[in-house]
Design a binder for this molecule. Structure first.
Ligand SMILES: CCCCC/C=C\C/C=C\CCCCCCCC(=O)SCCNC(=O)CCNC(=O)[C@H](O)C(C)(C)COP(=O)(O)OP(=O)(O)OC[C@H]1O[C@@H](n2cnc3c(N)ncnc32)[C@H](O)[C@@H]1OP(=O)(O)O
Ligand SMILES: CCCCCCCC/C=C\CCCCCCCC(=O)OC[C@@H](O)COP(=O)(O)O
Length: 292
């Protein structure tokens, strides 16, 4: 009988002996491999953190591939196509379905200024889904120093502004108005000027509208529906979900002067707020709550 017990216990004994032989590093690896999936499934915050870390990390990694390709042309708006192509798959990785409405409103040959709401860095996905050709975003200068992503943005002609120096920002945008016409370039601006998680639209800064009036080109509003069903920074929520992107009819600026900018900005914001409200009420079982 005792030999039977020894026989039965021996695999267990050898497992225990084997485990005792693991180094500290191996133990840490085992704990991580077990703890990571458990934490990922159990903790909403941990899942949120991992998904955001991967989002940023993946973009920084893709940028390493994009840089040499873009560098062949040098700093050139055509490089934006390379970034767009390389970023388009991310929505599939995250299970985010993007529906686009109003494509026909982009059927304008000449340059224009796109203005859109800014909820999060995830806006990049909606932006890449519809980015017109020869269109460059205006971004805060800090993004230029975001490692490989900053360099990729620079090579693609992203226009960087220093938000802390209004005069500098205005002169960069004035130069952009000339470039738009001379080089047939479209510009994408987030007129809220910062990310806004409130489920509404912040008051608009006027730079985009001065830009459009200076260049005498149309403003095309784009509205991305609220991410609240699948993404919320405050609640650390990040699941799969659906986002609708609406391209609204262009607003013409021919004959307008800088005196008309406040009214133009208010009118465009009104159109976008109405579309945002409508899209919120279309969400199953949801009203336009939170829209002011
Ligand atoms: C494959 C690998 C890929 C790797 C790379 C990854 C991604 C790459 C792809 C794309 C990346 C792009 C993503 C970019 C997203 C970045 C988004 C942002 O950074 S948002 C923040 C920056 N943007 C903005 O701020 C734009 C909106 N802001 C404005 O328009 C502002 O007005 C301003 C020009 C910045 C100035 O702001 P400030 O607060 O300093 O002043 P005010 O707004 O109060 O204006 C003061 C005064 O000036 C008048 N004004 C403003 N602009 C002009 C102008 N152009 N000309 C003349 N006058 C101007 C304004 O009207 C005010 O006067 P008044 O009060 O009398 O009206
Ligand atoms: C070696 C340096 C490493 C730096 C690491 C930086 C990490 C950033 C990593 C990846 C960049 C992802 C690019 C996402 C582009 C989206 C940009 C964005 O949405 O910026 C926010 C800006 O509009 C408004 O900023 P604020 O809301 O005012 O704040």
């Amino acid at each position: 009988m005792s030999s039977n017990v020894v026989k039965a216990a021996s695999p267990l004994a050898s497992a225990v002996t084997g485990a005792m032989e693991l180094s500290v590093a191996q133990w840490l690896l085992v704990v991580c491999l077990v703890a990571f999936p458990l934490l990922y499934e159990w903790s909403v915050s941990f899942k949120y953190f991992c998904k955001m870390a991967f989002y940023n990390g993946w973009i920084l990694t893709l940028a390493i591939l994009a840089i040499p390709i873009c560098a062949v042309r040098g700093r050139n708006v055509e490089n934006m196509k390379v970034l767009q192509f390389m970023l388009l798959h991310i929505k599939y990785l995250y299970g985010i379905k993007i529906e686009v409405r109003g494509w026909e409103n982009f059927n304008i040959k000449e340059p224009y200024v796109v203005v859109s709401n800014h909820q999060s860095s995830l806006d990049l996905l909606g932006m890449m889904e519809i980015l017109p050709s020869r269109c460059v975003p205006i971004a805060k200068r800090e993004l230029m120093y975001a490692g490989t992503a900053g360099l990729a943005c620079w090579l693609a002609g992203v226009i960087f502004i220093n938000r802390k120096k209004t005069d500098d920002a205005i002169s960069v945008m004035t130069e952009a108005a000339e470039t738009m016409l001379k080089e047939d370039v479209r510009v994408w601006v987030f007129p809220e000027g910062t990310r806004n998680h409130s489920g509404s639209l912040l008051p608009f800064k006027r730079g985009a509208f001065h830009l459009a009036v200076k260049a005498q080109v149309p403003v095309i509003p784009v509205v991305m529906s609220s991410y609240k069903d699948f993404y919320c920074k405050k609640e650390r929520k990040f699941t799969t979900g659906k986002c609708t992107v609406r391209i609204l009819p262009g607003v013409h600026t021919k004959g307008l002067s800088s005196d008309d900018v406040p009214e133009l900005a208010d009118r465009v914001r009104g159109m976008m707020l109405e579309a945002f409200s409508q899209m919120s009420s279309e969400r199953p079982g949801k009203g336009p709550g939170g829209v002011h």
